[in-house]
Design a protein around this ligand. Structure first.
Ligand code: HEM
Length: 302
């Protein structure tokens, strides 16, 4: 099932990134490059696979088998008047799977790339975690530890600033009436996008924007959930990312655990991390990160 979902997400990302002439000439009978055909095929697969997940879980509830306490369980146990229709439930679950997987994976890959590049900063984060939980103990970092790991949080913020996974906010936001943004006149009907990447690299907003320096966020605690437009990696306003808290909590916890247990090193002493970017739906590393990983406990024992 996980493999099947993985392939479906991959297909979705490919389709979304494809140039589709029909977006500009919406003629029902045309289907350049077969995009429409592939979209229909994918959506019926989503209905069937995600629908099956819901069906199996419902059956478990009916048989009074513990249905878990995850997101789907929360949806299924909503009060009767708030229950979603099957098609709405499929849509919500698919949206979570589709939008919540690559963003988290891509952000973590950029963070690990930076950790491999900046060994001194990696060590500082590990020292912060060790001060809380000795890495030779069997205790793992937990969600409740994260609020005490301020430097780790600053590292995540700095990576979100330098490599925002969603660099263009609101792929298609329409001006419904004539408006001025600063001195620029935006006529009604204009499609606008916010270039978050340009804002987070603007030297008039950020001191030394090209320098990776997480400590800037210890000096100035910039909010990243959308209230401060200097850094809004999850967007802002009505269409802000609904998974921002879950996404950030996941990244913080996984990063803390990965750094607590392992040392992340370049493949060879001379190999440089390639930070070239490629923009698909998200801003990805052009060359996937390769590195060497050593368990810290073994390293300590040796
Ligand atoms: C760290 C990881 C994540 C980052 C950096 C991120 C970033 C973004 C950004 C920039 C947008 C567009 C906001 C806009 O256009 O103004 C967005 C939208 C969205 N995100 Fe996330 N996201 C992350 C994780 C997640 C997760 C975990 C989920 C779901 C579980 C999720 C679900 C969504 C959905 C459904 C939308 C579309 C909202 C809409 O169009 O109204 N995201 N995200």
């Amino acid at each position: 099932m996980a493999d099947e979902l993985g392939l479906m997400v991959k297909e979705g990302y490919e389709l979304i990134a494809m140039f589709n002439l029909e977006d500009h000439f919406p003629l029902r009978f045309l289907d350049f490059n077969g995009v429409k055909r592939r979209c229909h095929k994918l959506s019926s697969k989503v209905r069937s696979v995600v629908g099956q997940i819901v069906k199996e879980r419902r059956k478990a509830w009916d048989l009074s088998i513990n249905g878990g306490n995850d997101f789907l369980a929360a949806l299924l146990t909503l009060p009767k008047e708030d229950q979603l229709s099957d098609s709405d439930m499929n849509a919500v679950l698919w949206e979570m799977i589709f939008r919540g997987t690559d963003t988290v994976a891509i952000l973590l890959e950029w963070i690990m790339a930076r950790m491999v590049m900046h060994q001194d900063i990696q060590t500082e984060v590990q020292e912060e975690i060790d001060a809380l939980i000795d890495h030779r103990s069997d205790r793992c970092v937990r969600d409740s530890d994260i609020s005490n790991l301020t430097y780790l949080q600053a590292v995540v913020k700095e990576v979100l600033r330098m490599h925002p996974p969603g660099p263009l906010l609101s792929w298609a936001r329409l001006a419904t009436h004539d408006v001025y943004v600063g001195k620029s006149f935006i006529p009604a009907g204009t499609t606008a996008m916010v270039n978050m990447w340009a804002i987070t690299h603007d030297p008039s907003i950020w001191k030394d924007p090209w320098t990776f320096r997480p400590k800037r966020f210890l000096e100035d605690d910039v909010a990243i959930m959308g209230s401060d437009l200097r850094l809004a990696p999850f967007g802002s306003g009505r269409r802000v990312c609904p998974g921002k808290t879950l996404g950030l909590a996941t990244v913080h916890l996984w990063l803390a655990q990965l750094l607590h247990h392992f040392k992340w090193l370049p493949v060879t002493a001379t190999e440089q991390v390639d930070l070239s970017e490629t923009l698909r739906l998200s801003l990805e590393m052009k060359k996937p990160l390769t590195c060497r990983v050593v368990p810290r406990r073994a390293q300590h024992a040796a």
